[in-house]
Ligand binder design. Structure first.
Ligand code: NI
Length: 170
């Protein structure tokens, strides 16, 4: 099932998501639907809040290509437990802020702790695009968007653009 994706300026995106008790059948089916939604978009990561579900759930697949089989990472209650001092810059985008890309600086490596699809505690060391993606998605769970890292001027201008589009649709 493909969920509709929520875009800015919807205030839902600013909500803090709640931890899940455990990854059971119900949570797993949400994660599977999120993955389907992410691939259809297409995108490389999706947080549950982007489809209006206030649970700490994330799906990521930074490596998917036409030739490779889809293997989404499912994460429940993901938490960054370590970040490198070294930073790197990626041009980020977000399914909730369509067609807007900007360079963002974040720790270039991180370690994430999460519950996997079998409700097992896992640790994953991330670098490159995956490290950026993990941090971007976990930010969503705390109501944070990548545009929050931009200068106030840039952020306000992109927000204004979306508010205008939103009003035109309404
Ligand atoms: Ni995003």
């Amino acid at each position: 099932m493909i969920y509709p994706i929520i875009t800015i300026p919807d205030k839902v995106l600013r909500k803090k998501s709640d931890a899940v008790d455990k990854v059971d059948g119900e949570i797993l089916s949400i994660l599977e639907n999120m993955a389907e939604t992410m691939y259809a978009a297409p995108g490389i990561g999706l947080a549950a809040i982007q489809v209006g579900i206030t649970k700490r759930l994330v799906v990521i697949d930074c490596e998917h290509s036409e030739e490779k089989k889809k293997s989404p990472l499912y994460m429940a209650n993901p938490e960054i437990v370590w970040t490198s001092r070294e930073l790197s810059v990626y041009k980020e985008g977000c399914l909730s802020i369509p067609e807007f890309y900007e360079e963002i600086e974040r720790p270039s490596e991180c370690r994430v702790k999460y519950l996997d699809k079998k409700n097992k505690v896992k640790f994953l060391d991330c670098d490159g695009l995956l490290a950026t993606c993990v941090q971007h998605e976990i930010d969503h769970l705390d109501g944070k968007l990548f545009i929050d890292y931009l200068s106030r001027l840039k952020r306000t201008s992109i927000e204004k653009k979306f508010i205008k589009q939103y009003k035109q649709k309404a």
